[in-house]
Design a binder for this molecule. Structure first.
Ligand SMILES: [Zn+2]
Length: 389
């Protein structure tokens, strides 16, 4: 198996406290050996073994590739006008999704696949090596099945989100739509998906409907995750913990009981600051969650309506500036935290045996991701051991 030595790394984030300093397991003046698709060796540069090839990091920082555990990238059209209107004083409502539903249904398979490939490439260039993406803009059996099938051709982390909003076709019969989502649509989508998700919110699905969706998905072998407590207080977070969902996403409006439930349970709180940024909404309080002992992930929520960014570095900067996270915490949440939210142990860390997914920054430290917001710092990316950027 061909091996590559990456040497002269000024600062390496391993996310393994056994390998280095602090929760990030920081190693200074480090080296990494990649063998095939995996990390074979990590340690101080002066003790690095020989390899077939060498890559000089030239005194810059290396960290695990970002794990973006929440996006909606199977869509047609865009929502420039809605964004422009909102930034000119109009409030955001969940119903804006209907615009994208119409455009997605009208798009060809080729258009949807090309769109998805474009945004995955864009994210890769910014250091994202693992990408979850969802259906949810089809809302018919055929259109949802098409979305998860197209997504499964480009990523292994696919989520069935038939329960994004009640389909406009069922405006007078939401119970009938839940029957469809938990019945025929679920059976058509489950073969292509790993996860099931529901938007538990006023104007979307209430607690009882969300429970029906998630338990039906579980019976088909899918693992729950929940859009919870984004726009208002509600039952989403506690339902997620009760059903052992991998992640409760958004978590912007939380009671003390919600925070306690997350701290006691196995469910990751995934914060999506791009959504609050793009809708001028109140920020989720990451500090409160971290201080309570909750595992926090950061993700882009990349979608054409409420958060049209594919940039994990941007989300790290927002989390530090506006959500009370330290740079170390934000970088951990964007890498190891995302891996937890996807229940993966092979990514989000730079340790022997892990997948060789790495980002090399044009900066001496991971802190620069927050210190230099908006600057394209990702210089090189290895994915599955291959230099991809
Ligand atoms: Zn979302």
């Amino acid at each position: 198996m061909p091996s590559t030595l990456i040497h002269n790394i000024r600062s390496l984030v391993t996310n393994d406290p056994a390998l280095g300093r602090g929760p990030l397991g920081l190693v200074e003046d480090a080296a990494v050996v990649i063998e095939g698709e995996h990390i074979a060796w990590v340690g101080p540069g002066d003790r690095a073994p020989q390899a077939d090839a060498a890559h000089d990091a030239r005194g810059r920082a290396v960290l695990p590739g970002f794990v973006d555990s929440h996006s909606h990238l199977v869509f047609g059209g865009d929502r420039t006008q809605e964004f422009n209107a909102r930034m000119s004083g109009r409030a955001y409502e969940a119903g804006g999704i209907r615009t994208t539903v119409a455009a997605t249904r009208a798009a060809s398979d080729e258009e949807l696949a090309a769109n998805l490939a474009r945004y995955l490439r864009e994210a890769l260039q910014q250091g994202t090596t693992t990408f979850e993406t969802k259906s949810g803009y089809g809302l018919t059996v055929e259109d949802e099945a098409r979305a998860v099938r197209l997504a499964s051709e480009q990523t292994s982390e696919v989520t069935y989100l038939g329960a994004h909003i009640v389909s406009p076709d069922y405006a007078d019969d939401p119970a009938g739509y839940v029957d469809l989502v938990t019945g025929e649509m679920l059976r058509a989508c489950a073969p292509y998906a790993r996860w099931i998700d529901v938007f538990c919110e006023k104007g979307a699905f209430d607690g009882d409907q969300a429970r029906a969706v998630l338990t039906a998905g579980r019976a088909e072998g899918l693992i729950p995750r929940v859009h919870a407590n984004q726009l208002s207080h509600g039952p989403g977070v506690q339902l997620a913990v009760e059903l052992d969902a991998a992640s409760a996403d958004h978590c912007t409006h939380l009671t003390d009981a919600d925070v306690d439930a997350l701290a006691a349970g196995n469910t990751v709180a995934t914060l999506l600051p791009g959504a609050e940024f793009s809708t001028r909404a109140a920020w989720p309080d990451a500090r409160r969650l971290l201080d309570a002992g909750v595992t926090v992930a950061l993700s882009t929520d990349c979608n054409p309506g409420s958060s049209f960014t594919s940039s994990m570095p941007f989300c790290v900067a927002l989390a530090v500036r506006d959500m009370g996270m330290t740079p170390d915490e934000a970088v951990w949440s964007a890498t190891a935290g995302g891996a937890r939210a996807l229940r993966r142990t092979d990514i989000g860390r730079v340790t022997p045996g892990a997948r060789a997914d790495l980002a090399l920054l044009d900066a001496p430290s991971h802190v620069h991701l927050a210190y230099r917001p908006g600057v394209p710092l990702v210089r090189a990316v290895w994915r599955n051991g291959v230099l991809a950027v």
